[in-house]
Ligand binder design. Structure first.
Ligand code: NAD
Length: 481
């Protein structure tokens, strides 16, 4: 389309940033109409490329059903774009702010101005939506963007690259392909804002690199998100939701419940019900079309290692789902696994799992649950199943997590009007909703002085007017000397 796109490969990332910055500074910020047109273009491209994206992600993962890609990625992108489009006028509107009596008659307002060039770094687990929802947010806020998708899903990254090159000129949206080394260079560029989605260890490196240029950051990181099941609340509805959150995308979801805290009286029922739910989800066994493979050999071996380590240390390992004759024998199918009695020192209880393994820890009281959670890093998400009773309220009051799901898992992320982000080691800042728009906008305070105003009378030489103003504001002076 644009000639610039054809030379993409010849331009390095830092020159691309200069190119985008020059274009940004030489033009007016995009109007509401232009921003909506950009979002519409992106939406249409996603629909047009739907099949290519489905095929590419399935090949990248080894296997992922097209429906899973639709539900877990494309629906979310389209909904986010529609939400941004519908609400953009309101988001962009300057906000009138309060002016105190002392400074009347003036007006104060906040104008949301595009920051400029937004860098977006994405992981492999939802390679389409975690690249394109940040992009849609950046465009809605009137910015230009440079994207660095993951090298672990190369086919998907390639489709995204081609798709965006077809609809946007390089000085508006550019894609940089490459691995960790390219990521390190990318994160050191002087963007006007950088949104990084990925692991906590790499997030630390990215923050260090960005600090050299004082680039503001949104860090969407990982960690261990607990699911707490209230006493007596192991039932089909609870288990459907937990298994859905844990097993979608083969467990490779940042907000998946990482481990379960279950009342000690409910442990055996939990195991039985989880097993029954897995059988209901995958009647032909997990090695079937609806179950996503582990993305690569390294992660498969890592997950197997977590299971072996827990087993070696005395935990009970329960592998679910039989392998029937119709099994596809796909590489890297890791069956849903429960682990009971793992020690807190075991790797599975210390590291983010990011796979279809659910360790269960039992508790007796909600205070014990709260202490356990608070002794660890603040999680990205926390889930509670049960009545909205005092236990639930106490848990919400006394713990801090990115988001909370009550009687559901993971779908808080799909709520366009809720901010999404972690706290501390699980992240910094948020996007989605108005928070996303604002994180990629500069909130510029404008103080507009009226022609007749009080402060203009308050300069030296200080006299009666000043005295009167101070008496009105501070009251009559009480002399102690
Ligand atoms: P990752 O941190 O390994 O990679 C993320 C991105 O950083 C990739 O584009 C990669 O190329 C780049 N990168 C790798 N090494 C780098 C380095 N040294 N310097 C700069 N960039 C580098 O993460 P991943 O394995 O792709 O994704 C899984 C992690 O992401 C999990 O921890 C998961 O919880 C987290 N995650 C978080 C969210 C969220 O929204 N909070 C969403 C999805 C995944």
């Amino acid at each position: 389309m644009n000639t610039l796109n054809q030379v993409n490969k010849a331009i390095n990332a830092s020159d691309l940033l200069l190119l985008q910055r020059k274009a940004f500074l030489q033009t007016e910020p995009p109007s509401l109409k232009q921003r909506k047109a950009n979002l519409a273009k992106l939406r249409a491209a996603v629909i047009e490329y739907r099949e290519e994206l489905q095929v590419a992600t399935s090949e990248d993962f080894g296997h992922r059903s097209y429906q899973e890609t639709d539900v877990m990625e494309l629906v979310g992108i389209v909904q986010s774009i529609d939400y941004l489009s519908r609400n953009l006028r309101r988001f962009m509107k300057p906000e009138r702010r309060h002016v105190s009596l002392f400074y009347r008659s003036a007006t104060a307002r906040v104008e949301y101005q595009p920051k400029g060039i937004i860098g977006v770094m994405a992981p492999w687990n939802y390679p389409i939506s975690l690249t394109l929802i940040p992009l849609a947010t950046a465009l809605a806020a009137g910015n230009r963007a440079m994207l660095k998708p993951s090298e672990l899903t190369p086919r998907t990254s390639d489709v995204i690259h081609r798709m965006l090159a077809e609809i946007f000129p390089l000085d508006e949206v550019a894609v940089i392909l490459g691995g960790a080394e390219v990521g390190a260079e990318f994160s050191a560029l002087p963007f006007d804002h950088l949104l990084f989605t990925g692991s906590t260890p790499v997030g630390r490196k990215v923050m260090k690199a960005a600090s050299d240029n004082l680039v503001p950051l949104t860090l969407e990181l990982g960690g261990k998100s607990p699911v707490i099941v209230g006493r007596g609340h192991v039932n089909a509805r609870t288990m459907t939701s937990i298994a859905y959150g844990k097993l979608s995308n083969g467990g490779q979801t940042c907000v998946a419940p990482d481990y379960a805290l279950v009342h000690e009286d409910d442990l055996e029922t939990f195991i039985e019900e989880y097993n029954a739910t897995v059988a209901r989800f995958y009647p032909n066994g997990p090695d079937c079309d609806d179950y996503t493979s582990i993305v690569n050999e390294r992660h498969y071996t890592r997950l197997q290692g977590l299971i072996d380590d827990a087993r070696k240390n005395g935990a009970r390992v329960i592998e679910l789902g039989v392998k029937p004759e119709t099994a596809k024998n796909r590489a890297r199918t890791l069956v849903p696994t429960l682990i009971v009695g793992a020690k807190d020192s075991d790797a599975i209880m210390r590291e983010e799992i990011f796979g279809p393994i659910l360790p269960i820890r039992t508790y007796r009281t909600i205070d014990e649950v709260i202490d356990y959670i608070n002794e660890r890093d603040r999680p990205l998400a926390l889930y509670y199943f049960g009545e909205k009773d005092e236990d639930c309220k106490k848990l919400l009051r006394r713990t801090t997590s990115g988001n909370v799901g009550i009687n559901n898992t993971i779908i808080h992320v799909a709520q366009d009007d809720l901010p999404f982000g972690g706290v501390g080691p699980s992240g910094m800042g948020a996007y989605h909703g108005i928070e996303g728009f604002r994180s990629m906008s500069h909130a510029k305070g404008v103080f507009d002085q009226g022609r007749w105003n009080f402060p203009s009378l308050l300069h030296a030489p200080f006299g009666k007017v000043m005295g009167l103003a101070l008496t009105i504001t501070l009251g009559k002076k009480k002399s102690k000397v």
